[in-house]
Ligand binder design. Sequence first.
Ligand SMILES: [Mg+2]
Ligand SMILES: [Zn+2]
Length: 241
Amino acid sequence: MSPVKAVLFDRDGTLVHDVPYNADPGLVRPVDGARAALDALRARGIRTGVVTNQSGIARGLLTEADARRVNRHVEELLGPFDVWAMCPHGPDDGCHCRKPRPGMILWAAGRICTNPADCVVIGDIGADVEAAHRAGAHAVLVPTPQTRPEETSAAPHAAPDLTTAVHLLLNAPPWDEPAASPPPTGPAEDASPGSTGPDEAGTFAAGAGAEGHPVGPARDVPATPADPASGAECPLRGRSV
Ligand SMILES: [Mg+2]
Ligand SMILES: [Zn+2]
């Protein structure tokens, strides 16, 4: 595959220690090595993003504004991300964005003008891995003590911590090994995004910085992809959360 162009991180349990339904920025605690791992990616010109399920909003346990405040503090501690995607829905809402569905990955990739096939999702549970694969992206699982053993054993690629995961994808992406992952038959640029149909790509999560609720249709995705390495500005680049 072509080099990794973007890394999309799960938030809770991956970038920061999981505080269920956290509405308090003061409780945000990054995991060890998170800032350094992110800065290593930024130094290489690799885009970074966050894709986070926040069903506490649908459950009435926190507001979207609460979640945005927490997101903002994550940025204060870990540096700026190129894109945020947040699903405010519950498991029974049938949305396209809640992981393991692929909507947020597809949306975030579009926002940073990057083919999902050139993105890696790093997360701590099987839903992160599944969402990545359904979007046509790669995934690295970084389990926590809360991760179910069967999710760890099912993940094609796993790392013991965030630092190792980022080093892995910077230096020796495991999916580049011919034996483990045969190359696609077509040109990489034409690779289809997994099993996802265009209908699924039409509905997306609200960005953390967006006002109001989800649901931007595909028109939100820039029509003309820019070369991420060029530093060209994408719509959400640098906007505050
Ligand atoms: Mg998580
Ligand atoms: Zn959703």
